[in-house]
Design a protein around this ligand. Structure first.
Ligand code: PDD
Length: 278
């Protein structure tokens, strides 16, 4: 695989990052994951707009301009002959002697790589996944897409060890979001319910796109938090993220959701998004 590190396209074994990079020492970095379908980037502009918001929130310098970011993405896709999968981008504050305060003069590091994976023909979509709820032990700025992902990693690991497909975080009795995705339910009236955008969750690019498509279908959207109990009694549930698009959720903890199969609204919205991406 060819990866990108600070201006160079290199074989992955030749790519190096300093021991003193603040991304490594402090998780002082932000990232984006952009889907590639048929060699084309999906929702590239909103992903880069969110990157800018993450950088600004942390007073982190932008390593290269937007046009160059697009060039690097496209070059990596071409060099790796990526047809379907993701491009991962990470910016860290850069290299400095270890100190908690931000260094005055560090140059940001930019790393990018591709991962091939099935997005459209993901075999899990047919059956949907079961989710397990876990306490949300993350920090209070979940709207910043930082590489500090240990709580998410712990949650996913606990869910997999218990035989579930993923974890949903719960805070104050309410679902916040999934370990690496936004959470939705569909109520008895066919309305889609998902938490409103605050610093409690990541502002998902796929969430935005799916809500836009739902509006076009005249589906009622209610942006508010919901409880695990409501999810148990929902007609349908699903998650959204760049890497899964929309994945049906058919059970939560020990309860089946709806008839335990991916529901019609979930299937329809997923299909719309796939069609729009092509
Ligand atoms: N995760 N919420 C969290 C906590 C996430 O990590 C993600 C994305 C999302 C969905 O955002 P988007 O639709 O913009 O991908 C919501 C990425 C895919 C990841 O960490 O791999």
């Amino acid at each position: 695989r060819t990866v990108y590190v600070n201006g160079a396209f290199l074989a992955e074994d030749d790519a190096k990052i300093s021991v003193f990079d603040r991304g490594f020492l402090f998780a002082d970095g932000v990232y984006e994951v952009t889907t590639v379908l048929k060699g084309k980037l999906v929702d590239f502009e909103p992903h880069m707009a969110r990157l800018t918001r993450s950088l600004n929130a942390l007073q982190m310098a932008r390593p290269v301009g937007e046009a160059e970011l697009r060039d690097i993405h496209e070059k990596l896709v071409a060099l790796n002959e990526l047809d379907e999968g993701i491009v991962y981008l990470q910016v860290t504050r850069g290299i400095a002697d270890r100190d908690f305060a931000y260094p005055a003069d560090a140059a940001p590091s930019l790393v990018m790589f591709t991962q091939a994976r099935p997005v459209v023909d993901n075999p899990k979509v047919e059956k949907g996944i079961a989710v397990m709820t876990v306490p949300d032990i993350r920090w209070r700025r979940r709207d910043i897409k930082t590489v500090g992902l240990l709580p998410a990693s712990m949650a996913k690991q606990a869910a997999l060890e218990a035989g579930y497909g993923d974890a949903w975080f719960v805070e104050d009795g309410l679902i916040t979001e999934g370990s690496s995705n936004n959470a939705f339910i569909v109520n008895a009236d066919g309305a889609v319910i998902t938490r409103q955008l605050t610093s409690d969750i990541l502002h998902g690019i796929t969430r935005d796109a799916i809500l836009r498509l739902a509006r076009e279908d005249n589906i009622t959207i209610i942006e508010r938090p919901f409880t695990p109990g409501e999810a148990e009694n929902a007609k349908e549930a699903f998650i959204t993220s760049a890497s899964t698009f929309l994945m049906p959720v058919v059970a939560i903890n020990h309860s089946t959701i709806g008839d335990g199969k991916p529901g019609p609204i979930s299937r329809k919205l997923r299909q719309h998004y796939v069609d729009a991406a092509f």
